[in-house]
Design a protein. Structure first.
Ligand code: ZN
Length: 60
């Protein structure tokens, strides 16, 4: 199954999609700050999750 990542606009395979856990609300907040239309249930492709995880680590 293919999935369209609403953050980067790329189509990825379904197994490359992550749904962010509630323990990572700081990532959810960061994504929403950049993409107000995005919702957790939309999921994110692995590349985007890694990107935002790196962003947050870099700032701390
Ligand atoms: Zn993406």
């Amino acid at each position: 199954m293919e999935y369209l990542c609403s953050l980067c606009g790329k189509t990825v395979q379904g197994d490359a999609v992550e749904f962010i856990n509630h323990t990572e609300t700081h990532i959810i907040d960061e994504i929403k700050a950049n993409h107000p239309e995005w919702e957790e249930k939309d999921g994110v492709c692995r590349k985007c999750v890694e990107y935002f995880r790196r962003q947050l680590k870099g700032e701390e």
